[in-house]
Design a protein around this ligand. Structure first.
Ligand code: SF4
Length: 64
C-alpha cells in the first residue's frame, strides 16, 4: 500500500500555494489544472505542508 497525495480539483481555488511550497510534487497540467506528479514516493513533510496551507482544503492523502 502506498500513500499518495490527491487533489479535489473542484475545490481548488488556484492559489498556487502547493506549487510554491512543494514544486517536486505539484504542477500545473496542460489543461490548466493543478495535479500531482507521479513519483515513486512522496515526502510526508512536504505534502503535509501543502495540505496545511491549501485554502481550498482540497489536498488529501489517498491509499493506493
Ligand atoms: S494549494 Fe490547494 S487551492 Fe491552492 S492551488 Fe494548490 S490545490 Fe489548489
Amino acid at each position: 500500500m502506498m500513500r499518495v497525495p490527491a487533489i479535489d480539483v473542484g475545490e481548488c481555488v488556484d492559489c498556487e500555494a502547493c506549487l510554491d511550497l512543494c514544486p517536486t510534487v505539484f504542477r500545473r497540467n496542460d489543461a490548466g489544472y493543478i495535479e500531482v506528479i507521479e513519483l515513486p514516493e512522496y515526502s510526508e513533510e512536504e505534502v503535509e505542508e501543502a495540505i496545511k496551507n491549501c485554502p481550498g482544503d482540497c489536498i488529501a492523502w489517498e491509499e493506493l
